[in-house]
Every structure is written in structure tokens, then in C-alpha cells.
Design a protein around this ligand. Structure first.
Ligand code: NAD
Length: 443
């Protein structure tokens, strides 16, 4: 492989775009390959379909410098040295891998694979998928992984809204089908991204590392959510408990309880623990923690909606005539991604209780919000909160940090429900001084 390899990134969604832009930013020539013609056309004309801080600027710069181009034609990969696969890997109802995107990508690549190619799978998959599915599909009559081409798995561990920073900071995990593949992938990432690379013994080790990360995160948030419910019973602020509990050293770090909130969304944490559960069950082992984490976190939107309804009651308002405004509809702060957003569950329960729900989110596509929630989003915060009995901050985008609560045209009194803002105590005191009630998850 040359010192400065040329790269094809297959699948130009969140992970593909961030990876391609970062590789191009590091001076490599990159081609993004996707089956979505509209997406490829948009990228070619400088229109990005994602809201990720810094990504649009990076894509624009790389495109203008001709280090990044886009195509639907898989023939483009044959001129590249490295092929990175970043297509979507959703799960089916039973937790098994919906491998259609991965299958189609491999079948299309097979035609254009040449000796010496390094193929790196980045999509999250159950252990054994790179060996059992990808290598099998890429195999031609005379083509063997590790002999005629190199094959490795390298999980993507970035989080949306901090994706570019994560990519430039997190160590990259690599496991190859053989030693030569592992070493080639290791060299590629050192040059391509410039971070530490952690070489693993096998494809399967690298596949499981990714699942372990998300299993831990989901379960830890579930612990924080149960702890929040527990603290609420004693009128204790869960954030005080977490801050103090996290100070004792354990293992190589500290106790590290994450933060509670309205629920867990996005395309990864909601599916990866199920992928683990299903893969284990398929081999006759029942894992409990994956399922418990998912169940606790999936119940949080209903818990939050009930909290809102209770607060309306405390204000003496009938939910059947009350108005609740939700600020932030995306699945987390500072992203425009609506995939598996917990806000959907909150809105469903509020609407069922007869509440009139209004929403605002500067980062999401209004048409998608209408389709998902059946509510037309208001254009400004002021319009959205007019005469509202409750303002529920369910994603604290940067645009909401400076909201002047004193000047909001809400009904009086009004309750602020904090689903993910984690307002500090001074801010809560200020809200109370202004005549608002305040309630947070576990606060
Ligand atoms: P995505 O849905 O945003 O993007 C997938 C892209 O692949 C789409 O643009 C789609 O058009 C394209 N595609 C589908 N079939 C194709 C084919 N046959 N050939 C070429 N392109 C094809 O998905 P994503 O969020 O970028 O996730 C990609 C993978 O990375 C998944 O396995 C996911 O679990 C994992 N992951 C995602 C994140 C995240 O934050 N989004 C983080 C870590 C890991």
C-alpha cells in the first residue's frame, strides 16, 4: 500500500461522511460511494444532509480542493487502495442483523475488488459477520481474504454532535482476518486519521469491542435513570448524588455514573444491545443486562410525560386544556437526527392525555417532524411557547442556552421541565425567582 493511499468510503451517511471528510482533511484522496442518487447529487453540489458541527465546512473545503468526490458507480473503488464500508446495519424485530445494506454493498464491491485491496468494515455488526458474511460475499472463485486481498474490522465509536472531535481523538480498534490485514489496517489508520491504533487478535475481538462500548453506555444510562427515579422519591437531586458518587477510584478510573434523561435515542444505543442479546441467544446463552438496560431506557419517555402531566396538575391545570411546548425534538443535544428520538414517546403520551403539544427545534427538518409527530413545528421559540403552561427542554441545543426566560410569552405560572438540560442550581434558582416551577428527571 502506498504511503498516501487513495480511499473509497462506501455508504455516505453519518459515519461515512465524517470519516471521508476527516481522511480528506488529512490530505488523502477520497471517493464517497453511495446508492442514494439524491444524496450523491446533493453532496456533489455542496448540500449536506446532516447537521453535525463543523462537518459542512470540512466537506466543502475537501470538495473544493478536489480531495473528496462522490459517486454512485462502484467501479470507482477499483482505482483506490483502501475500501471502507460504512453502510447502515439496522436490526430486525427479533434483534437479528438486517444485513441487506451490507450484503448489497459487498455484492457490488465484489465486481471491482483487485489484488492488494484493503477492505475495512466499519459498520457495527454481530461477532462473526465480517468473517462469515463479508469475506464469504467478497470471495470470488479464486479470491481469498488475507491472501488475494486484505480484510479488517474497525468499529466506529464516534457520537453524533461531537463526531469530528471524537474521530480525531479516540484510539482506533483494528482486528484483521490475519496478521498482514491487521498490520495494513493499522498503518492505514495511523496515516489516515493520525491517532493511536489498538491492534486486536481477531476480527471478532474488534467486533465485540464496539458492542461492549455501547452495551456499557446504555446500561450505565439505565442505572442513572433508575437512580433518578429513586432520588425523586426522597426529594434528592440526582446530579448531587452522581457528582459525589463518582469521586471514588475504581479499577483504572473512578465510579462513572452517566446522566439520566428523557430517554436514549439515535441509531446505535437503541439497537446494539439487542444485537448482543440476539447473538448470545442464538448460541444458547441468555444475557440479561442488555435487555434490562434497553427496557429501563425505553420507559423514560413515558416517565417524563407523566412528570409533565403531574406538574400541570400541581399548577392546577387540566391536561385536557393545557399547552406544553417541547424545545428540542432531536434524539440528543446539538444534532438534527430524529432517529429513535425519545421525544416521540413523550408526545404520544401527552397527546393521549389530551394535551395540546407544540414543538420547536432549529436543527431538524420540519417536514420530518410533521411526519413523525403529527405536529407542525413553530418557526421561533417565542411563537412556540406563547401561552404555554409548560416548557419542556428535551434537547438543549446551543441555540437554547441563552433563552431569556424572563421575556418568554408563556402562561403564568408555567413549569420548566428539564429532560436533558441539566440546569445548574443557580439557573434553577433564577427560574424560580422569575415565577417558574422547575422539575428535572430525578431533580
Ligand atoms: P446511515 O443510515 O446514516 O448511512 C448509511 C448510508 O449507507 C446511507 O447513506 C445509505 O444510502 C448508504 N447505503 C445503503 N446501502 C448501500 C449500499 N449497498 N452501497 C452503498 N451505500 C449504501 O448510517 P450511519 O449512522 O452512518 O451508520 C453506519 C454504520 O455505523 C452503522 O453500522 C451504525 O451502526 C454504525 N455507527 C453509527 C454511528 C452514528 O452515530 N450514526 C456511530 C457509530 C457507529
Amino acid at each position: 500500500m502506498p504511503e498516501d493511499p487513495t480511499v473509497a468510503v462506501v455508504g455516505m451517511g453519518y459515519v461515512g461522511c465524517c470519516t471521508a471528510a476527516t481522511l480528506a482533511d488529512r490530505g488523502l484522496d477520497v471517493v464517497g460511494v453511495d446508492v442514494n442518487t439524491t444524496l450523491v447529487d446533493n453532496l456533489t453540489h455542496g448540500r449536506l444532509h446532516l447537521d453535525e458541527p463543523g462537518l459542512a465546512e470540512m466537506i466543502q473545503a475537501a470538495t473544493a480542493a478536489r480531495r473528496l468526490r462522490y459517486t454512485t458507480d462502484f467501479a470507482a473503488v477499483s482505482a483506490c487502495d483502501v475500501i471502507v464500508i460504512a453502510v447502515g446495519t439496522p436490526i430486525a424485530e427479533d434483534g437479528s442483523l438486517d444485513d441487506r445494506q451490507l450484503r448489497d454493498a459487498c455484492l457490488a464491491l465484489r465486481e471491482h475488488l483487485r489484488p492488494g485491496h484493503l477492505v475495512v468494515v466499519k459498520s457495527t455488526v454481530p461477532p462473526g459477520t465480517t468473517r462469515g458474511l463479508v469475506a464469504a460475499l467478497l470471495a470470488g472463485e479464486q479470491r481469498r481474504a488475507g491472501v488475494d486481498y486484505l480484510l479488517a474490522f474497525s468499529p466506529e465509536r464516534l457520537a453524533e454532535s461531537t463526531a469530528l472531535d471524537d474521530l480525531r481523538r479516540f484510539p482506533i480498534v483494528v482486528g484483521g482476518i490475519d496478521e498482514r490485514s491487521t498490520r495494513a489496517a493499522e498503518r492505514f489508520w495511523r496515516r489516515g486519521i493520525g491517532v493511536d491504533v489498538l491492534a486486536q487478535d481477531s476480527l471478532e475481538t474488534a467486533e465485540i469491542v464496539k458492542l461492549a462500548d455501547n452495551w456499557w453506555i446504555d446500561l450505565n444510562i439505565a442505572l442513572a435513570n433508575d437512580l433518578a427515579k429513586f432520588c425523586a422519591l426522597y426529594d434528592v437531586d440526582v446530579l448531587d448524588v452522581i457528582a459525589a458518587a463518582n469521586t471514588i477510584p475504581k479499577g483504572k478510573g473512578h465510579v462513572n455514573i452517566l446522566l439520566p434523561g428523557v430517554g436514549v435515542g439515535g441509531s446505535c444505543l437503541t439497537k446494539d444491545p439487542w444485537m448482543v442479546w440476539r447473538a448470545a441467544r442464538h448460541r444458547g446463552v441468555e444475557l440479561h443486562t442488555t435487555r434490562v438496560g434497553r427496557e429501563v431506557n425505553d420507559a423514560m419517555p413515558a416517565y417524563t410525560a407523566q412528570m409533565i402531566i403531574d406538574e400541570l396538575g400541581a399548577l392546577g391545570r387540566d391536561p385536557g386544556t393545557a399547552t406544553v411546548t417541547i424545545l428540542g425534538v432531536a434524539f440528543k443535544n446539538n444534532t438534527g437526527d430524529l432517529r429513535s428520538s425519545p421525544v416521540v414517546g413523550v408526545v404520544e403520551k401527552l397527546v393521549k392525555a389530551g394535551v395540546q403539544v407544540r414543538v420547536h427545534d432549529p436543527l431538524v427538518d420540519p417536514a420530518q417532524v410533521r411526519k413523525l409527530l403529527g405536529v407542525h413545528p413553530d418557526a421561533t421559540v417565542a411563537e412556540a411557547v406563547r401561552d404555554a403552561d409548560c416548557v419542556a427542554v428535551l434537547a438543549l441545543h446551543d441555540a437554547y442556552r441563552e433563552i431569556d426566560f424572563a421575556g418568554l410569552p408563556v402562561a403564568r405560572p408555567c413549569v420548566v421541565v428539564d429532560g436533558r438540560a441539566y440546569y445548574p442550581k443557580e439557573k434553577i434558582a433564577m427560574l424560580r425567582q422569575l415565577g417558574y416551577r422547575y422539575r428535572g428527571v430525578g431533580r
